[in-house]
Design a binder for this molecule. Sequence first.
Ligand SMILES: [Ca+2]
Ligand SMILES: [Ca+2]
Length: 221
Amino acid sequence: MRTLLCALISTLSLAAPAAAAVVYEEMNAPAIFDGVVPPEVVGAGFDQIHGTIGGSDEGDLYRVYFAEDGLLRLRGRVTSGVLDPTLFLFDSGGMGLFAIATGGPINAVFLNVEITAGTYYIGFGDYPLRAIDTAGNTWDAMTAPGGGPPPGFGALHRLRNTGLIISPGTYRIDFLSMPTGRDPSVPEPAISSLLCCGLMIGAIRLHRRRARRRDAEDQTE
Ligand SMILES: [Ca+2]
Ligand SMILES: [Ca+2]
């Protein structure tokens, strides 16, 4: 059985090679949306952003472009340090769409969003991170109902960390997309890896079930 499992794993590895991520490295993304320095332009074709929140860094804003309609999964993960990951998504005009924060020991946050192709803005920083609109209204990533902005929240002015201390660290934001209409039998590389894990766990469970059945049969003989 071990040989069979190894063969299965090796076949799956060959069938789904890990694609190298195309990484955008932060230069010095601003926390102010409508300031002199605009949000950093990531553009199309990147799979990941790698960035840093320093001790006085209130948040990082990026302009991103997604070329196809479909399901977008954003994952913000802390790669070093003690920052509490907080992720915001805004539309092309800076209007709020969704936000998520953990505020606890979990070092990753996810957003799954149905999108149409176009320009979006991503904000990332350390909780308690809030978005402030041009009228001074605040949007707390943790407490907003349904993950969206509070009623009356307008166009973004800036991100602001409202804590006494900003917890520093480095982070990574992954974009995993599944465009509408794509044949689900041809999964994206990241989804292929998950399927491989699922298949391997399934194979191991089947092996254990068969071994238990054999034991039971041996005992009744
Ligand atoms: Ca930064
Ligand atoms: Ca914090």
